[in-house]
Ligand binder design. Structure first.
Ligand SMILES: Cc1ncc(COP(=O)(O)O)c(C=O)c1O
Length: 369
Protein backbone atom coordinates (compact mmCIF):
# COMPACT_ATOMS: atom_id res chain seq x y z
CA UNK A 1 0.00 0.00 0.00
CA UNK A 2 2.92 2.32 0.71
CA UNK A 3 4.27 1.61 -2.79
CA UNK A 4 0.88 2.31 -4.32
CA UNK A 5 0.59 5.47 -2.19
CA UNK A 6 3.92 6.75 -3.55
CA UNK A 7 2.85 5.96 -7.12
CA UNK A 8 -0.35 8.02 -6.70
CA UNK A 9 1.12 10.75 -4.51
CA UNK A 10 -1.35 9.74 -1.81
CA UNK A 11 -1.35 10.77 1.85
CA UNK A 12 0.00 7.64 3.48
CA UNK A 13 -2.08 6.64 6.48
CA UNK A 14 -1.19 3.01 5.84
CA UNK A 15 2.20 2.12 7.32
CA UNK A 16 2.70 3.00 11.00
CA UNK A 17 5.67 5.36 10.96
CA UNK A 18 5.69 9.00 12.13
CA UNK A 19 6.21 11.75 9.55
CA UNK A 20 7.53 14.09 12.27
CA UNK A 21 10.92 14.34 13.94
CA UNK A 22 12.34 12.23 16.77
CA UNK A 23 13.21 13.94 20.10
CA UNK A 24 16.24 16.27 19.77
CA UNK A 25 18.00 14.80 22.85
CA UNK A 26 18.14 11.33 21.42
CA UNK A 27 19.18 12.44 17.92
CA UNK A 28 22.03 14.38 19.55
CA UNK A 29 23.00 11.36 21.65
CA UNK A 30 23.21 9.23 18.48
CA UNK A 31 25.35 11.86 16.71
CA UNK A 32 27.66 12.12 19.72
CA UNK A 33 28.00 8.33 19.95
CA UNK A 34 29.09 8.14 16.30
CA UNK A 35 31.47 11.08 16.73
CA UNK A 36 32.96 9.35 19.79
CA UNK A 37 33.63 6.34 17.58
CA UNK A 38 31.18 3.96 19.14
CA UNK A 39 31.06 2.38 15.74
CA UNK A 40 32.05 -1.25 16.25
CA UNK A 41 30.03 -4.29 17.30
CA UNK A 42 28.42 -4.03 20.70
CA UNK A 43 28.29 -7.22 22.78
CA UNK A 44 25.88 -9.47 20.91
CA UNK A 45 23.15 -9.34 23.59
CA UNK A 46 23.42 -5.56 23.87
CA UNK A 47 25.68 -2.78 25.17
CA UNK A 48 25.84 -2.85 28.96
CA UNK A 49 24.76 0.78 29.55
CA UNK A 50 21.65 0.16 27.44
CA UNK A 51 20.77 -3.11 29.19
CA UNK A 52 21.25 -1.35 32.54
CA UNK A 53 18.94 1.46 31.42
CA UNK A 54 16.31 -1.09 30.33
CA UNK A 55 16.48 -2.86 33.70
CA UNK A 56 16.14 0.50 35.51
CA UNK A 57 13.15 1.42 33.36
CA UNK A 58 11.24 -1.77 34.23
CA UNK A 59 12.04 -1.38 37.92
CA UNK A 60 10.80 2.21 37.87
CA UNK A 61 7.67 1.81 35.74
CA UNK A 62 6.40 -1.61 36.73
CA UNK A 63 8.34 -2.59 39.87
CA UNK A 64 9.74 -5.68 38.16
CA UNK A 65 13.40 -6.68 38.24
CA UNK A 66 15.31 -8.09 35.27
CA UNK A 67 18.99 -8.93 35.53
CA UNK A 68 20.73 -7.03 32.72
CA UNK A 69 23.49 -9.67 32.61
CA UNK A 70 21.24 -12.70 32.23
CA UNK A 71 17.71 -11.66 31.32
CA UNK A 72 17.88 -8.88 28.75
CA UNK A 73 18.73 -9.18 25.05
CA UNK A 74 18.98 -6.18 22.75
CA UNK A 75 17.97 -6.97 19.17
CA UNK A 76 17.12 -5.33 15.85
CA UNK A 77 13.64 -4.09 16.66
CA UNK A 78 10.69 -5.93 18.13
CA UNK A 79 10.53 -7.67 14.76
CA UNK A 80 13.75 -9.55 15.44
CA UNK A 81 12.83 -9.96 19.10
CA UNK A 82 9.66 -11.82 18.14
CA UNK A 83 11.16 -14.14 15.51
CA UNK A 84 14.26 -14.84 17.63
CA UNK A 85 11.97 -15.76 20.54
CA UNK A 86 9.73 -18.01 18.46
CA UNK A 87 12.71 -19.75 16.86
CA UNK A 88 14.23 -20.23 20.32
CA UNK A 89 11.19 -21.58 22.14
CA UNK A 90 9.11 -23.53 19.62
CA UNK A 91 9.62 -26.93 18.04
CA UNK A 92 7.95 -27.90 14.77
CA UNK A 93 4.31 -28.78 15.41
CA UNK A 94 3.99 -26.74 18.61
CA UNK A 95 0.87 -24.63 18.76
CA UNK A 96 0.95 -20.87 19.19
CA UNK A 97 -2.21 -18.93 19.99
CA UNK A 98 -2.81 -15.49 18.47
CA UNK A 99 -5.69 -13.09 18.95
CA UNK A 100 -7.17 -12.11 15.60
CA UNK A 101 -7.03 -9.54 13.98
CA UNK A 102 -3.27 -9.52 14.53
CA UNK A 103 -0.14 -7.63 13.51
CA UNK A 104 0.70 -9.34 10.27
CA UNK A 105 4.31 -10.40 11.07
CA UNK A 106 3.23 -13.01 13.60
CA UNK A 107 1.82 -15.25 10.86
CA UNK A 108 5.03 -15.59 8.81
CA UNK A 109 7.04 -15.77 12.08
CA UNK A 110 5.11 -18.87 13.13
CA UNK A 111 5.42 -20.34 9.62
CA UNK A 112 9.20 -19.94 9.71
CA UNK A 113 9.23 -21.97 12.93
CA UNK A 114 6.87 -24.65 11.60
CA UNK A 115 4.55 -23.80 14.48
CA UNK A 116 0.79 -24.21 14.12
CA UNK A 117 -1.23 -21.07 14.71
CA UNK A 118 -4.51 -21.17 16.64
CA UNK A 119 -6.70 -18.09 16.34
CA UNK A 120 -8.93 -16.53 18.95
CA UNK A 121 -11.24 -13.78 17.72
CA UNK A 122 -11.27 -10.27 19.16
CA UNK A 123 -14.77 -8.99 18.45
CA UNK A 124 -15.79 -5.38 17.83
CA UNK A 125 -16.77 -2.90 19.09
CA UNK A 126 -14.57 -3.51 22.18
CA UNK A 127 -12.42 -6.20 20.60
CA UNK A 128 -13.00 -8.52 23.53
CA UNK A 129 -12.49 -12.28 23.32
CA UNK A 130 -14.85 -15.03 24.41
CA UNK A 131 -13.24 -16.74 27.44
CA UNK A 132 -14.60 -20.14 26.34
CA UNK A 133 -13.13 -19.74 22.87
CA UNK A 134 -9.79 -18.82 24.43
CA UNK A 135 -9.86 -21.86 26.70
CA UNK A 136 -10.68 -24.13 23.73
CA UNK A 137 -7.61 -22.79 21.90
CA UNK A 138 -5.29 -24.08 24.65
CA UNK A 139 -4.18 -27.73 24.60
CA UNK A 140 -1.28 -29.94 25.61
CA UNK A 141 0.42 -28.84 22.37
CA UNK A 142 0.26 -25.12 23.21
CA UNK A 143 3.72 -23.66 23.53
CA UNK A 144 2.78 -20.00 23.76
CA UNK A 145 0.24 -17.27 23.31
CA UNK A 146 1.34 -14.09 21.54
CA UNK A 147 -0.21 -11.06 23.17
CA UNK A 148 -0.02 -7.56 21.72
CA UNK A 149 -1.32 -4.83 24.02
CA UNK A 150 -1.89 -1.97 23.28
CA UNK A 151 -2.94 -3.70 20.12
CA UNK A 152 -2.22 -3.13 16.46
CA UNK A 153 -4.56 -3.00 14.52
CA UNK A 154 -7.53 -2.64 16.91
CA UNK A 155 -6.25 -0.17 19.52
CA UNK A 156 -7.46 -2.51 22.25
CA UNK A 157 -5.71 -2.35 25.63
CA UNK A 158 -6.15 -5.63 27.47
CA UNK A 159 -7.61 -5.17 30.95
CA UNK A 160 -6.06 -6.61 34.09
CA UNK A 161 -9.01 -9.04 34.36
CA UNK A 162 -8.45 -10.28 30.79
CA UNK A 163 -4.74 -10.66 31.45
CA UNK A 164 -5.43 -12.60 34.66
CA UNK A 165 -7.61 -14.98 32.71
CA UNK A 166 -4.88 -15.48 30.10
CA UNK A 167 -2.26 -15.87 32.84
CA UNK A 168 -4.35 -18.56 34.50
CA UNK A 169 -4.58 -20.53 31.23
CA UNK A 170 -0.83 -20.15 30.58
CA UNK A 171 -0.15 -21.68 34.00
CA UNK A 172 -2.76 -24.42 33.66
CA UNK A 173 -1.42 -25.49 30.25
CA UNK A 174 2.24 -24.78 30.98
CA UNK A 175 2.44 -22.25 28.14
CA UNK A 176 4.49 -19.09 27.65
CA UNK A 177 3.12 -15.59 27.12
CA UNK A 178 5.13 -13.83 24.42
CA UNK A 179 4.14 -10.20 24.65
CA UNK A 180 4.62 -7.41 22.13
CA UNK A 181 4.46 -4.24 24.24
CA UNK A 182 5.77 -1.82 21.66
CA UNK A 183 2.85 0.64 22.22
CA UNK A 184 3.06 0.54 26.04
CA UNK A 185 3.32 4.34 26.34
CA UNK A 186 0.63 5.22 23.79
CA UNK A 187 -2.58 5.10 25.83
CA UNK A 188 -5.81 7.13 25.85
CA UNK A 189 -8.71 8.07 28.10
CA UNK A 190 -6.94 6.91 31.27
CA UNK A 191 -6.18 3.39 30.01
CA UNK A 192 -3.19 1.78 31.71
CA UNK A 193 -0.75 -0.80 30.50
CA UNK A 194 -0.18 -3.93 32.58
CA UNK A 195 2.70 -6.18 31.50
CA UNK A 196 1.45 -9.73 32.04
CA UNK A 197 4.91 -10.53 33.46
CA UNK A 198 3.93 -8.54 36.57
CA UNK A 199 1.03 -10.88 37.39
CA UNK A 200 1.61 -13.63 39.98
CA UNK A 201 3.36 -16.67 38.54
CA UNK A 202 3.97 -15.04 35.14
CA UNK A 203 7.45 -13.57 35.31
CA UNK A 204 9.12 -16.93 34.64
CA UNK A 205 6.79 -17.79 31.75
CA UNK A 206 6.69 -14.45 29.95
CA UNK A 207 8.92 -13.26 27.14
CA UNK A 208 8.44 -9.51 26.92
CA UNK A 209 9.31 -7.94 23.56
CA UNK A 210 9.64 -4.18 23.22
CA UNK A 211 11.38 -1.61 21.07
CA UNK A 212 12.39 2.02 20.72
CA UNK A 213 10.51 2.33 17.42
CA UNK A 214 7.16 3.72 18.53
CA UNK A 215 7.89 5.29 21.93
CA UNK A 216 10.69 7.47 20.53
CA UNK A 217 9.51 7.79 16.90
CA UNK A 218 12.60 6.03 15.52
CA UNK A 219 11.16 3.14 13.51
CA UNK A 220 14.21 3.22 11.22
CA UNK A 221 16.75 2.71 14.00
CA UNK A 222 15.88 -0.94 14.46
CA UNK A 223 16.60 -1.20 18.17
CA UNK A 224 14.45 -3.48 20.31
CA UNK A 225 14.84 -5.67 23.37
CA UNK A 226 13.59 -8.92 24.90
CA UNK A 227 13.18 -9.57 28.61
CA UNK A 228 12.86 -13.14 29.86
CA UNK A 229 14.02 -15.50 32.59
CA UNK A 230 17.59 -16.74 32.29
CA UNK A 231 16.91 -20.15 30.69
CA UNK A 232 14.72 -18.56 28.01
CA UNK A 233 17.13 -15.68 27.48
CA UNK A 234 19.96 -18.13 27.03
CA UNK A 235 18.21 -19.69 24.01
CA UNK A 236 16.96 -16.37 22.64
CA UNK A 237 20.50 -14.91 22.76
CA UNK A 238 21.87 -17.83 20.74
CA UNK A 239 19.30 -17.38 17.99
CA UNK A 240 19.75 -13.61 18.05
CA UNK A 241 23.54 -13.91 17.72
CA UNK A 242 23.25 -15.98 14.54
CA UNK A 243 20.40 -13.95 13.09
CA UNK A 244 21.86 -10.46 13.35
CA UNK A 245 24.87 -10.42 15.74
CA UNK A 246 23.60 -7.21 17.28
CA UNK A 247 21.73 -3.94 16.99
CA UNK A 248 23.49 -0.72 15.91
CA UNK A 249 26.00 0.19 18.65
CA UNK A 250 25.71 4.01 18.55
CA UNK A 251 21.92 3.79 18.54
CA UNK A 252 22.00 1.61 21.64
CA UNK A 253 23.99 4.40 23.29
CA UNK A 254 21.31 6.87 22.20
CA UNK A 255 18.81 4.43 23.69
CA UNK A 256 20.30 5.19 27.12
CA UNK A 257 19.44 8.88 26.62
CA UNK A 258 15.96 7.89 25.44
CA UNK A 259 15.21 5.69 28.43
CA UNK A 260 16.39 8.49 30.73
CA UNK A 261 13.90 11.02 29.34
CA UNK A 262 11.71 12.51 32.10
CA UNK A 263 8.19 11.25 32.81
CA UNK A 264 6.82 14.39 31.17
CA UNK A 265 8.03 12.99 27.81
CA UNK A 266 5.68 10.02 28.10
CA UNK A 267 2.76 12.13 29.34
CA UNK A 268 3.15 14.42 26.34
CA UNK A 269 3.48 11.46 23.96
CA UNK A 270 0.08 10.07 24.99
CA UNK A 271 -1.57 13.48 25.07
CA UNK A 272 -0.29 14.42 21.62
CA UNK A 273 -1.40 11.10 20.17
CA UNK A 274 -4.78 11.42 21.84
CA UNK A 275 -5.26 14.77 20.06
CA UNK A 276 -4.28 13.18 16.75
CA UNK A 277 -6.63 10.27 17.42
CA UNK A 278 -9.52 12.62 18.16
CA UNK A 279 -8.80 14.66 15.04
CA UNK A 280 -8.66 11.61 12.76
CA UNK A 281 -11.79 10.09 14.35
CA UNK A 282 -13.62 13.33 13.60
CA UNK A 283 -12.30 13.55 10.03
CA UNK A 284 -13.11 9.92 9.25
CA UNK A 285 -16.59 10.15 10.70
CA UNK A 286 -17.23 13.30 8.66
CA UNK A 287 -16.21 11.34 5.59
CA UNK A 288 -18.70 8.56 6.38
CA UNK A 289 -16.50 5.91 8.02
CA UNK A 290 -17.74 3.94 11.01
CA UNK A 291 -14.84 4.05 13.46
CA UNK A 292 -13.81 1.88 16.38
CA UNK A 293 -12.34 4.22 18.97
CA UNK A 294 -8.88 2.97 20.04
CA UNK A 295 -7.73 3.04 23.70
CA UNK A 296 -4.07 2.69 22.75
CA UNK A 297 -1.53 2.42 19.87
CA UNK A 298 -1.92 4.75 16.89
CA UNK A 299 -4.41 3.13 14.53
CA UNK A 300 -8.13 3.42 13.90
CA UNK A 301 -10.02 0.41 12.56
CA UNK A 302 -13.01 1.41 10.47
CA UNK A 303 -15.98 -0.43 9.05
CA UNK A 304 -16.50 0.26 5.34
CA UNK A 305 -19.53 -1.97 4.75
CA UNK A 306 -21.70 1.14 4.23
CA UNK A 307 -19.74 2.13 1.11
CA UNK A 308 -20.92 -0.88 -0.89
CA UNK A 309 -17.58 -2.16 -2.23
CA UNK A 310 -16.87 -5.85 -2.95
CA UNK A 311 -14.12 -5.95 -0.38
CA UNK A 312 -11.50 -4.02 1.58
CA UNK A 313 -8.74 -4.37 -1.03
CA UNK A 314 -10.81 -2.94 -3.88
CA UNK A 315 -11.99 -0.14 -1.57
CA UNK A 316 -8.45 0.83 -0.53
CA UNK A 317 -7.17 0.69 -4.11
CA UNK A 318 -10.01 2.94 -5.19
CA UNK A 319 -9.36 5.29 -2.25
CA UNK A 320 -5.66 5.58 -3.12
CA UNK A 321 -6.28 6.12 -6.81
CA UNK A 322 -9.33 8.43 -6.55
CA UNK A 323 -8.95 10.22 -3.21
CA UNK A 324 -5.18 10.06 -2.81
CA UNK A 325 -5.33 8.57 0.70
CA UNK A 326 -3.81 5.22 1.64
CA UNK A 327 -4.87 2.85 4.44
CA UNK A 328 -4.37 -0.87 5.06
CA UNK A 329 -7.06 -3.39 3.99
CA UNK A 330 -8.45 -5.19 7.05
CA UNK A 331 -7.92 -8.62 5.48
CA UNK A 332 -4.15 -8.18 6.05
CA UNK A 333 -4.82 -8.77 9.73
CA UNK A 334 -6.80 -12.02 9.42
CA UNK A 335 -5.89 -15.60 8.55
CA UNK A 336 -9.05 -15.81 6.43
CA UNK A 337 -9.14 -12.71 4.24
CA UNK A 338 -12.96 -12.80 4.04
CA UNK A 339 -13.02 -12.08 7.76
CA UNK A 340 -11.49 -8.62 7.28
CA UNK A 341 -13.28 -7.72 4.04
CA UNK A 342 -15.33 -4.91 5.61
CA UNK A 343 -12.52 -3.34 7.63
CA UNK A 344 -9.70 -0.94 6.87
CA UNK A 345 -7.05 0.52 9.19
CA UNK A 346 -5.83 4.11 9.23
CA UNK A 347 -2.81 5.26 11.23
CA UNK A 348 -2.54 8.67 12.87
CA UNK A 349 1.15 8.91 13.76
CA UNK A 350 1.31 11.89 11.41
CA UNK A 351 1.58 15.69 11.54
CA UNK A 352 -1.72 17.49 12.10
CA UNK A 353 -1.49 18.97 8.62
CA UNK A 354 -1.04 15.50 7.11
CA UNK A 355 -4.20 14.33 8.89
CA UNK A 356 -6.11 17.48 7.84
CA UNK A 357 -5.06 16.97 4.22
CA UNK A 358 -6.23 13.33 4.35
CA UNK A 359 -9.52 14.52 5.88
CA UNK A 360 -10.23 17.06 3.17
CA UNK A 361 -9.39 14.53 0.43
CA UNK A 362 -11.70 11.97 2.05
CA UNK A 363 -14.58 14.44 2.30
CA UNK A 364 -14.32 15.07 -1.45
CA UNK A 365 -14.00 11.33 -2.06
CA UNK A 366 -17.26 10.74 -0.21
CA UNK A 367 -19.05 13.25 -2.41
CA UNK A 368 -17.81 11.53 -5.57
CA UNK A 369 -18.42 7.93 -4.42
C1 LIG B 1 2.56 -4.64 17.06
C2 LIG B 1 3.84 -4.33 16.40
N1 LIG B 1 4.93 -5.04 16.72
C3 LIG B 1 6.12 -4.80 16.13
C4 LIG B 1 6.26 -3.82 15.18
C5 LIG B 1 7.61 -3.60 14.56
O1 LIG B 1 8.48 -3.19 15.57
P1 LIG B 1 10.01 -2.81 15.31
O2 LIG B 1 10.05 -1.57 14.50
O3 LIG B 1 10.55 -2.60 16.68
O4 LIG B 1 10.62 -3.97 14.64
C6 LIG B 1 5.16 -3.05 14.80
C7 LIG B 1 5.27 -2.02 13.75
O5 LIG B 1 4.33 -1.49 13.25
C8 LIG B 1 3.92 -3.32 15.44
O6 LIG B 1 2.83 -2.61 15.13
Amino acid sequence: MTRLAIEHDAVNLAQGFPDFGAPEEIKRAAQEAIAADLNQYAITWGAKPFRDAIAAKYRKWYGIDYDPEREITVCCGATEGMIATLLAVTNPGDEVIICEPYYENYGPDALLCDAQLKFVQLRPPDWTFDPDELRRAFSAKTKAIILNSPNNPTGKVFTRAELELIAGLCQEFDALAITDEIYEHILYDGASHVPIATLPGMRERTVLVNSMSKTYSVTGWRVGFVLAAEDLTDSIRKVHDFLTVGAAAPLQQAGVAALNLPDSYYEKLSLEYQKRRDLLLHLLEQAGFRCYRPSGAYYIMTDISGFGFVNDVSFVRHMIESAGVAAVPGSSFFSDSNAGATLIRFCFCKKYETLEEAGSRLREFRVTL
